[in-house]
Design a protein around this ligand. Sequence first.
Ligand code: HEC
Length: 135
Amino acid sequence: MRIKFITPALIFAAAVSLGLAAAPANAANASGMMKSSGMMNVSNMMSNRGCTACHAESNKVVGPAWGWVAYRYKGENHQKAVQAVAKFIIVGGTGYWSKWTGSMPMPSHPNISRKQVDAIATWILKQPPIKPPKS
Ligand code: HEC
């Protein structure tokens, strides 16, 4: 009977070769590494969360360029600026940028962790400041 050769080890080997077993193992390693080192890949986080659909480094897409946001807060207390930007990412809405965006609202992101949103806000504020064009 051929069937008795299908052992759990063979099934595992087949799963690995299909990438089925390897994928969750890698994901577990990756999140373990992030926890232990405290390192987060902000640009991955932002593309996973869809930020890059509406934002780019130096030009307006739907929302302001990261450089414009850095310019807005240039010279302000860094911690306060991080708090303000982090809060805006969580609650969303319209406001300061309406002139440039035609009052398009920024969606809210209530499910983002404090650690992630702080890392994102810090990264945005570190981008080279760009003066927004006259609206
Ligand atoms: C559907 C499009 C859209 C998406 C998706 C989006 N944004 Fe925005 N974002 C906007 C718009 C529009 C504004 C301008 C809001 C205003 O008028 O103040 C904005 C504004 C901002 C600002 C400026 C805040 C300030 O204090 O000046 C930051 C920072 C920002 N977004 C970050 C993010 C991040 C991070 C994500 C992903 C988690 C994201 N956005 C996703 C459209 C978007």
